[in-house]
Write a protein that binds this ligand. Structure first.
Ligand SMILES: [Zn+2]
Ligand SMILES: [Zn+2]
Length: 311
């Protein structure tokens, strides 16, 4: 069913937990899907706090193998078994994710109650990795110190909705409604009523791009241009630009410049360095370049379908 498109941020800090901020993890609730993106330490605790039902997660998308993005996975997977999960769980991630999980599961004598399907991604360009009737998911390279992928969740346009007034006016049968929903015109009293006259557009398709960890490299623009919302890591303020680049990270200003060049509607910040207790300057710096910025924080729930429009 088409409806919700919510992002819940479970962790917004970088390497270690600090100032009440946990390492990276996010949940995307998109229509009937629940997707987990990265799974840093403490993700399960946050799911409890933010009322995310972990058993509803069907797919997990891992950006890279650094611990602050994967150390929550073993706990989550074994908890699902303790919950007697039966539905398969599919994980996408870079090379190494399978060896990591196989080792953790076997060395801890864990026996899973469900099928764990692990797909390792290896690509130097944007590729489609998964498609449903209502959404398609792409992986694309981002530019960190080790192989890292961003993910794009792109909603497909839904079928047009029939106007209630048309159902009454033409006393439409079930078969006629099916035909109109499929995009056909209506034959009525020897006349052709065009489909657009008796239907209206469904909800506008939205898109969400997740980019972390990464330098704000211009090669990412092609993969994220025009999205409704882009999460881009903002580990540092711009006075630490050299350090950011050395460590494969972005500054808030650099992320905002990339958002501007990629013509995205909104930018969401996160993955803050533990050197910053107060992250307000990260927001201020991004906003000095790009107007529509949301300062990510643990517990933030963002309705991507109803974000402010910057244009
Ligand atoms: Zn990280
Ligand atoms: Zn990293």
């Amino acid at each position: 069913m088409r409806g919700q498109f919510y992002l819940t941020i479970l962790g917004s800090n970088s390497a270690t937990p600090a100032y009440g901020r946990f390492p990276t993890s996010q949940v995307l609730t998109l229509n009937d899907h629940t997707f987990l993106i990265d799974c840093g330490e403490g993700s399960q605790i946050r799911m409890g706090e933010y009322k995310i039902k972990r058993n509803k997660i069907s797919h997990i998308f891992i950006s890279h193998m650094h611990g602050d993005h994967i150390f929550g996975l073993p706990g989550l997977i074994t908890s699902l078994t303790l919950n007697s999960r039966k539905e398969p769980l599919t994980i996408y991630g870079p090379k190494g994710i399978k060896a990591f999980l196989d080792a953790v599961i076997s060395m801890s004598y864990s026996h899973l109650s469900f099928d764990l399907i692990i797909n390792e991604i290896e690509t130097d360009k944007k590729i489609s990795i998964l498609a449903f009737e209502d959404v398609e998911i792409f992986a694309f390279p981002v530019f960190h110190r080790i192989p890292t992928y961003g993910y794009l969740f792109e909603e497909k346009a839904g079928p047009r909705n029939i106007l209630k007034s048309a159902i009454h006016k033409y006393s439409l049968s079930v078969d006629q409604i099916k035909s109109i929903k499929a995009g056909n015109d209506l034959d009525f009293d020897g006349k052709t009523i065009p489909n657009e006259e008796i239907t209206k557009e469904s909800l506008k398709p939205q898109s969400y791009a997740y980019c972390a960890d990464s330098r704000a490299d211009d090669r990412i623009i092609e993969s994220v241009k025009g999205v409704s919302a882009m999460y881009f890591e903002t580990t540092y303020l711009d006075d630490l630009r050299d350090q950011a680049s050395e460590r494969g990270h972005a500054t808030s200003k650099q992320a905002a410049e990339l958002a501007l060049k990629a013509n995205v509607n909104a930018l969401i910040t996160g993955h803050y360095s533990s050197r910053y207790k107060d992250v307000q300057p990260i927001l201020d710096e991004a906003k000095s370049v790009f107007p529509n910025v949301y300062l990510g924080y643990d517990g933030m729930m963002l309705d991507i379908r109803n974000l402010d429009q910057s244009k």
